[in-house]
Design a protein around this ligand. Structure first.
Ligand SMILES: Cc1cc2nc3c(=O)[nH]c(=O)nc-3n(C[C@H](O)[C@H](O)[C@H](O)COP(=O)(O)O)c2cc1C
Length: 339
């Protein structure tokens, strides 16, 4: 049998404004997930072209809320690192952007996609999709305040009857944004149903001077290259696909270059989860670390026989020491393939 190696050459450095990022594979902001321990793992095992912290609120940042600074903690190995702000007030956007720049972030993104009622009720997150010109005002004030690139992450619209992504591309280009990320779902969709990649193609066509980063349903290296091939987007933002596979950026790079990808063994995954536990213990107090490990624990073994039982066992673990023993010794039914 002949093995055909396909070299795609889609993965390359990406310039956003004055800054060049080492690759066009970005890791998404994920509230409750893309925290310090998660980013330590991806900095070591995959290193995307840009890592995002979880989103933080503009209002909380400018009132020097201590929990907000904890969310924004990062290590030198995580550069390039991006912050994401959520808020709807143009009048505080410049001050908040300056604070992010002073914290040493490499880029700043405006969240126009969070669908949660608590966030949209004051017009933030995907609430901004209903006021495209407000997005322009917020972005313009951020751009005027800092030198780091300002980017914007949107959904396609509030619902299918109100698609605004093409208007928003032009508005944020004029306001000085250096890239736009389109999560190809509406607010109404939440996370249900497939992302509509043709919207990403339309967004690429509508953009006249900024790159479009495609987002939605990238769970494997081939999904990433397929999205770039089908839509012409200039980069990809991997979100849920990073959970439990912090190495996915490396696998995408390998697939793009025609290099074979080595599947992670069960032993590899146990070792990586132990390392994730190590960073979680450093970052959180014991009580919160135990809660976090209940969530993170099952990410790393998506295909192993016994994942459900493992998740139940972690959920009932009384201490972090018990979690560690479970990770080391839980009898999964079989070796597993790559997620
Ligand atoms: C648990 C979770 C937390 C998220 N938090 C954020 C966030 O803080 N900021 C943001 O812009 N998007 C957030 N998102 C949306 C993702 O970044 C991404 O746009 C979405 O999951 C679609 O990509 P996917 O289909 O590849 O997962 C979150 C998604 C999930 C599932």
């Amino acid at each position: 049998m002949v093995n055909i190696v396909v070299i795609m050459n889609k993965i390359k450095p990406l310039k956003l404004g004055v800054k060049e990022f080492p690759s066009n594979i970005f890791y998404a902001p994920l509230a409750g997930c893309s925290d310090f321990p998660f980013r330590m793992m991806s900095a070591k095992f995959g290193k995307p072209g840009l890592h995002f912290c979880e989103m933080v609120k503009m209002d909380a940042l400018i009132r020097n809320d201590i929990g907000t600074f904890h969310i924004l903690d990062y290590a030198a190995s995580m550069h390039p690192i991006g912050a994401q702000l959520c808020g709807s007030k143009p009048e505080i956007a410049g001050q908040a952007a300056r604070m992010i720049e002073e914290l040493g972030f490499d880029s700043l993104d405006l969240n126009c996609g969070c669908p949660v009622d608590k966030v949209t009720k004051d017009g933030s997150g995907s609430g901004l999709l209903r006021e495209p010109y407000r997005v322009g005002d917020i972005v313009a004030n951020m751009v005027a305040a800092v030198k780091i690139p300002i980017t914007v992450k949107i959904r396609a619209g509030w619902d299918e009857d109100h698609l605004v992504f093409k208007d928003l591309v032009r508005i944020v280009e004029l306001a000085g944004a250096t890239a736009i990320t389109l999560h190809a779902r509406t607010r109404e969709q939440g996370y249900i149903g497939n992302a509509k990649w043709p919207w990403i193609s339309e967004c690429v066509q509508a953009a006249t001077k900024i790159p479009v980063i495609g987002n939605g349903d990238i769970f494997s290296p081939s999904d990433a290259l397929k999205m770039m091939e089908e839509t012409g987007c200039h980069g990809v933002l991997v979100a849920r696909g990073t959970m439990g596979q912090p190495w996915i950026a490396d696998d995408i790079r390998k697939l793009d270059a025609g290099i074979s990808i080595t599947e992670k063994t069960l032993a590899d995954r146990r070792e990586m989860l132990l390392e994730h536990l190590h960073w979680t213990k450093i970052y959180q107090n014991d009580r919160k670390a135990l809660v976090d490990m209940r969530r993170v624990g099952c990410w790393y073994f998506p295909k192993a026989k016994g994942t459900r039982q493992f998740r139940d066992a972690i959920a009932h673990a009384a201490s972090l020491a018990d979690v560690e023993v479970l990770i080391k010794t839980f009898p999964f039914g079989e070796e597993l393939g790559n997620a």
